[in-house]
Design a protein around this ligand. Structure first.
Ligand code: PGA
Length: 258
């Protein structure tokens, strides 16, 4: 059996000033030291990447960007290129978060270009996919997820996909305090892996890490991670609170440590 290293990623979204961001990372350095069996990631706003890159100490603690453009440089006002991220020791990028899909109208075609740009520069993408409440109620969840996977991963060479991280994030669970039922998250994650095994091969399918995201907290993390199929979590609100996030990391390190 292939062991997948668990990932706990904190998506800070458009929160924190520099002082708050600095203090959170300083405290998390200590947590990283004692929990080195998992990958610990934070995704601060772009403007904090450079100062935070200077204070992150531990090897298992990395920075992610919350977004990225697909071109190297040029007349793309307001965008950030992969080359700029690499300069600041940023090794991961969240791609296709539902807030970007819904509020900024990002399409699967744009997400596909961003994923290709990530692989070109060895940035590890955390690809977010998930259904709306209406789609779930209409029992279209798998249809939506499959469509996103097909479009987002189109024409990406199979061997590149080993590094990919997928976060299944039902949109109705994000920021609502109402997480998905554990069995529902497990069932979608299982289907995603089955799809990857069939579409590519089992070596790829068993290597790709599939996280759950959506109202993850210290109260429910254990229930999610007890399942072998859930390789970690993408955490929003709870990642801004040091006590919550450090608890989530400690539990994950205990449950998922190789
Ligand atoms: P949440 O956000 O944990 O606040 O629900 C998750 C996310 O948006 O990735």
């Amino acid at each position: 059996m292939i062991m997948r290293k668990a990932v706990i990623a904190g998506n800070w979204k458009m929160n924190t000033n520099l002082k708050e961001a600095t203090s959170l990372v300083q405290n998390l350095n200590e947590v990283a030291k004692n929990n080195n069996r998992i990958n610990m990631i934070v995704a601060p706003p772009f403007v904090h990447l450079e100062p935070l890159s200077k204070i992150i100490k531990e090897n298992n603690f990395k920075l992610a960007a919350q977004n990225m453009f697909w071109e190297d440089k040029g007349a793309f006002t307001g965008e950030i290129s992969p080359l700029m991220l690499i300069e600041y020791k940023c090794e991961y990028v969240i791609i296709g978060h539902s807030e970007r899909r819904q509020i900024l109208l990002e399409t699967d075609e744009m997400i596909n270009k961003k994923l290709k740009a990530c692989f070109k520069y060895n940035l590890i993408p955390i690809l977010c996919i998930g259904e709306t409440l209406q789609q779930r109620q209409e029992e279209k969840t798998w249809q939506i997820i499959k469509h996103q996977l097909e479009k987002d991963l189109a024409d990406i060479p199979t061997e590149k996909l080993k590094e990919l991280i997928i976060a299944y994030e039902p949109i109705w669970a994000i920021g609502t305090g109402i997480a998905a039922k554990v069995e529902d998250a497990v069932s979608v994650n299982d289907k995603i892996r089955e799809y990857l095994n069939n579409k590519y091969n089992s070596e790829i399918g068993e290597k790709i890490r599939i996280l759950y995201g959506g109202s993850v907290s210290s109260k429910n993390i254990e229930e999610f991670l007890k399942n072998e199929t859930i390789d970690g979590a993408l955490v929003g609100g709870a990642s801004l609170k040091f006590d919550e996030f450090s608890y989530i990391i400690q539990i994950s390190n205990k449950l998922k440590g190789e």
